[in-house]
Design a protein around this ligand. Sequence first.
Ligand SMILES: NC(=O)C1=CN([C@@H]2O[C@H](COP(=O)(O)OP(=O)(O)OC[C@H]3O[C@@H](n4cnc5c(N)ncnc54)[C@H](O)[C@@H]3O)[C@@H](O)[C@H]2O)[C@@H](O)CC1
Ligand SMILES: [K+]
Length: 530
Amino acid sequence: MTCGEKEAGRMKTVVSSVQAKELDQYAIEEMKMPSLILMERAALAVVDALEKKAETLKCVLVVCGTGNNGADGVAVGRILHLKGYDVNVCCLGEEQRYSPELRQQLEIAKKYCVSLVNNPSWNEYTTIVDAIFGVGLSRNVTGFYLEAIKQINQTFARKVAVDVPSGLCSDSGRILGHAVRADETVTFAFLKKGLCLYPGCEWAGETCVADIGIYERKNETPEAYTHAVEWQDVRCLLPKRAENGNKGSFGKVLFLAGSRQMAGAAYLCASACLRSGAGMVKIHTAQENREILQTLLPEALLSTYAEGQADFQMLKEDLEWCDVVAAGPGLGQGPQECSLLQFLLENCAKPLVLDADALNLFGKNPHWAKKLPKTCVFTPHLMEMSRMTGKTLEEIQREPFHSADEFAKRHQVICVLKDARTVIAVPDGRSWVNLSGNSGMATAGSGDVLTGITAALLAVGEDPAHMAALAVYLHGCAGDVACGRKGDRSMTAQDIIGALPEVFKRGVDKNGEKQSNKGIYIAGRDCAKF
Ligand SMILES: NC(=O)C1=CN([C@@H]2O[C@H](COP(=O)(O)OP(=O)(O)OC[C@H]3O[C@@H](n4cnc5c(N)ncnc54)[C@H](O)[C@@H]3O)[C@@H](O)[C@H]2O)[C@@H](O)CC1
Ligand SMILES: [K+]
């Protein structure tokens, strides 16, 4: 998109710091938009956000760094001053380091008699605007910058960050030494990766994306940027249900799940799958689970095996019957489960979701990589990813996009790297970050529910990557609904399943669609209307 209008189903673009700078330059050099006009729009967007809580603007301090983030800050100070607010602007750093735009903004500000201060009394202000560093932060914060950030954080003032909270790495969301703990962040043109990941998204507070006239390059390919699914994308991405369809045409899903004593995982994934639109579900599971699964989920078909008597012929027939396979939840990692999974991989050409114990077994049998079918979705959490790759948890968490992308490309699979902010990567280079969900979803069985939703959508969707990203998003939305009903402490995986009907109903019902919010995005809360 190049016009600022968001196409339905197009999803929100998320950029790295390098991409943000390239797109600034593209707007300036190719689109001939003067840098100072972009800056003026950026500053006006910040002032707009500030004025939404005008009662906090009694006495405002704008703290500026030496780059263009600081230049934005000086423009904010000038606009506030001209609107009659009591505002002081404080520039940190040596004058010889000032960017040309900052010099220009200061020249204008002086002409308009904006109050410039050197040593502010930090506690005097009701609002502090943080314009020290934006996407140009390149190393740990030290010296007087560090002192200023500490001073800002210890005040009771409302803190509004310009583009990115200063001290936050806009790519990883990590804190580079120390960062401003913002109440709100007004970020320009696109969401930044670091504002989507933890801890960055917490430090940014409520995050707005402001349109300032910078758009994607014309004819850009989908893999150029990371995306985030939003509520308004759901109706477009969710495969339509044919009026004249039957249970066979809405997807037949086979689960290899649930060892002895692990019936629950099999129940949760199969139940979530049925609640996500699958026409028929069959569970290939340990014999001991038959009665409990039949009682809990009479809609599911069952084929069971006795201990030490894996029935490969029956599994082969089940594989022929289904459209999609999902393996792993509660499966166990014993020799019998290992040989069942190996047989499955050797005899399955259908779309496959691998989760939980299937991932652990995959980690122990790296030669299985050659047996994977063409469409394969891996859904590891950090620990499972660590077991499969040998990377430490810290390494994976530090660079989730890189870890997921590397894994996806190496095995030619869709990698859903589950965390508080799940990252999805595809071998063709496309990637997504998920913004729905809440901490209540860190509960036993929540991953099994995702496996069920993913399998159901894979059975009917055209693009498996879109289906994986959509499944993760809807899983998070259902988690948000469950959280609204039961609270983040008390909600369980079954509550997430219980919330799916409402999510799917609203996903297709025009009247239930969330109102467009004029480009203002509130991080992690875009299905708060539930
Ligand atoms: N026309 C444009 O180029 C636009 C720029 N915009 C703003 O410009 C920002 C990017 O500007 P810049 O690229 O100048 O970068 P920043 O203003 O984010 O910071 C870069 C400056 O800080 C210094 N620096 C980096 N890390 C440091 C550290 N740890 N300690 C001390 N100094 C450090 C750099 O040497 C450089 O002088 C965006 O975040 C956005 O706020 C927006 O106004 C949109 C338009
Ligand atoms: K900033």
